[in-house]
Design a protein around this ligand. Structure first.
Ligand SMILES: [Zn+2]
Length: 438
């Protein structure tokens, strides 16, 4: 058992002073407010938030950070660079890179990540031996970095759609993304072993990469696991799917029975009014990735409308060009301000919910809240840094950055203390992992 005494903490979206949080077996077992610390308590100064959730990540994209900004381009030309990187990874280099990237996430205050994983096979398209070598690398990397993981194991069956909606074969890079069939995907997935900090989830890469006639088979294989899909990130995706089927991607997912509380639509940048109605009416989740969506010039998603319709909003770092949960939640609000000409499109409490409990929910964990019974995941933020000094505690997440996180607790275990991750200098780990890839 560990007891944390917090100078201040967020309980039910409000800041409370002098809070004792008791942890046993990785869960919060008691919360007391307005009490003095005892001698054996671990003291957390500043503001303690619930663990922050990164509901959508591709860890290996981190190796492109700061390397793709010359020469213009768009999402599709960036994707060519990303494919070049994907070609170079094997289980060892994937483990090294993902460990460093997950550690960067923990250092920034993320306590759980949904890794949307599609590098399943060798670069030539043949299976590894064992067939789960790449999945095992991700699970081991998360354990080493001390972050909770939902491995969103993605189904990927075709190379995409032409502008007129014709199915395209897998290209040389995409061959390693595909198991070849829903059945082979299920068999490989079910052979993955998970430790105490990790659990399975599934994903449809997108309506581009999976034929719509396979969606029902995915629904049958889902078994109550979290199910994520890239949805309508680019207008060209919508146009191609409409040309092929007369439906939007969201309408296709709805017809196959995939929407619902276990479903998360990632990006959802270019939704129709009916898409918003379908996602909201089924209590689905929508995961925005503001720092990626601006980096890739995707556009601004309809966050306000999606929330009003009844969907749950979560946040993800996606391509990891930025790893900062505060930047993502601010991006959600600031994008909506720019698009509407109005401030306060979300309340501070709604933004924190998107960054914490809604993200945990999307990934299948009961956490992201400082209450009895929840996972004992805590993030302590300085309120005296140049960025946060003077901020109200119940708005501090609109002022803080990842650099203000000084302590991170995952399941009652301190992974970051004194602003240092237990693995040491994370910048050096990342430099070594990226350097190895040339
Ligand atoms: Zn993604």
């Amino acid at each position: 058992m560990t007891v944390f005494w917090c100078e201040s903490a967020i309980l039910d979206a409000h800041a409370a002073a002098a809070v004792r949080i008791e942890e046993r077996g990785g869960l919060i077992t008691a919360v007391e407010v307005g009490v003095r610390p005892r001698d054996t308590d671990v003291i957390l100064v500043g503001l303690v938030l619930p663990g922050l959730a990164n509901a959508h990540s591709h860890a290996f994209h981190r190796a492109l950070r700061g390397r793709t900004h010359a020469g213009g381009g768009d999402f599709w030309s960036w994707r060519e660079r990303m494919y070049g990187l994907a070609n170079m990874l094997d289980p060892d280099s994937y483990f090294e890179l993902a460990t460093a990237v997950f550690a960067e996430m923990v250092l920034a205050g993320y306590t759980v990540v949904g890794e949307f994983h599609y590098l399943h096979r060798r670069a030539n398209g043949e299976s590894y031996e064992p067939g789960t070598a790449m999945e095992d690398a991700v699970v081991a990397a998360a354990a080493r970095a001390g972050i909770r993981l939902t491995l969103l194991d993605a189904l990927y069956l075709r190379g995409g759609l032409s502008a007129t909606g014709d199915a395209m074969p897998l290209d040389r890079t995409q061959a390693r993304f595909s198991d070849g069939s829903v059945e082979a995907w299920t068999t490989r997935r079910e052979a993955v072993s998970f430790g105490p900090l990790a659990r399975p989830g599934i994903a449809i890469h997108s309506a581009r990469a999976v034929p719509e006639e396979r969606f029902r088979a995915v629904a049958e294989a889902a078994g109550g696991l979290p199910l994520h899909a890239h949805v309508s990130e680019q207008p060209a995706e919508n146009a191609a799917v409409l040309a092929r089927t007369g439906r939007t991607p969201t309408e296709l997912f709805a017809e196959a029975g995939l929407l619902g509380p276990n479903f998360t639509a990632v990006h959802a940048t270019h939704l129709s009014p009916n898409d918003i109605h379908l996602l909201g009416g089924t209590s689905s989740s929508v995961c925005f990735c503001p720092t990626t969506e601006r980096d890739l010039a995707d556009g601004i998603g309809p966050g306000v409308d999606v929330l009003a319709a009844g969907a749950h909003l979560s946040l993800g770092s996606d391509q990891n060009a930025v790893i900062d949960p505060f930047e993502e939640l601010r991006g959600l609000e600031m994008n909506a301000r720019l698009a509407s000409g109005e401030r306060g499109r979300f309340t501070p409490a709604e933004l924190l919910d998107a960054a914490t409990s809604a993200g945990y929910r999307s990934l299948g964990w009961d956490g992201g809240a400082l209450r009895v019974g929840a996972l004992a995941d805590l993030v302590a933020v300085s309120l005296t840094s140049p960025r946060t000094a003077g901020a109200f505690a119940d708005q501090a997440w609109l002022a803080a950055t990842a650099a203000d996180v000084h302590t991170v607790i995952v399941g009652g275990v301190a992974r970051v203390s004194g602003s240092t991750h237990e693995l040491g200098q994370i910048g050096e780990l990342i430099a070594a992992a990226v350097g190895r890839l040339g």
